[in-house]
Design a protein around this ligand. Structure first.
Ligand SMILES: CC(C)(COP(=O)(O)OP(=O)(O)OC[C@H]1O[C@@H](n2cnc3c(N)ncnc32)[C@H](O)[C@@H]1OP(=O)(O)O)[C@@H](O)C(=O)NCCC(=O)NCCS
Length: 164
């Protein structure tokens, strides 16, 4: 059958055209190379393995451009005693250096927020001061004084809660 230019006869599924970058779930081992390159350059591979990486509640979300992972984030179940409802934690937020400031990080955090909204509770993160404007732009609020993470510099805790 000849295809019509307007594609009217195609089913909705057939009409799906993969976007340039696609959001997919992957295993922990798939996010570690980008974590290491962006967040732990020059450090041992082990430093990109996080506690809880293989927990059944942990989600590793990435944007793929073809086979290449160009952005990654992980959501862990990690309640903090000193926070009220922030039972989820964002870690490993990383966008490939040549793909930063193209909206990939914002789209990953939107996916995190959608997951948290469905699961219930809020989300927290230890945020590098350099990334504070990025998290602020996505609606996260500072919830601590500044503190130093050894080897990684000054951080603050930031939180996001879904609207009631
Ligand atoms: C921080 C990071 C994840 C942001 O991802 P990104 O894809 O570059 O960010 P986006 O393009 O989605 O930015 C969305 C908005 O956040 C804000 N923002 C992002 N990076 C910013 C920066 N360096 N300074 C100020 N504002 C910034 C802007 O408002 C931006 O919108 P705009 O580009 O239209 O002005 C990415 O730059 C990164 O991997 N940095 C190095 C690792 C890192 O610091 N990770 C976080 C550890 S806590």
């Amino acid at each position: 059958m000849a295809a019509r230019a307007d594609g009217d006869w195609l089913s909705p599924a057939d009409r799906y055209t993969p976007p340039m970058v696609e959001l997919v779930l992957v295993k922990a081992e798939d996010v570690r190379p980008l974590r290491r390159e962006v967040l732990r350059p020059g450090k041992a591979a082990k430093s990109s393995e996080y506690e809880g990486d293989d927990d059944s509640r942990t989600l590793h979300m990435v944007f793929k451009d073809g086979k290449a992972i160009v952005g990654a984030v992980s959501v862990f179940h990690d309640p903090r005693d000193d926070l009220e409802s922030e039972v989820w934690r964002v870690r490993g937020m990383a966008v490939a250096p040549d793909r930063q400031r193209q909206g990939i990080g914002a789209r990953l955090l939107s996916a995190v927020k959608a997951v948290v909204e469905k699961r219930g509770g809020g989300v927290w993160a230890n945020v590098r001061l350099s990334a504070l404007p990025f998290y602020s732009a996505q609606g996260f609020l500072v919830d601590s004084n500044e503190f130093k993470v050894p080897g990684l510099g000054p951080h603050v805790v930031m939180i996001w809660r879904p609207k009631p």
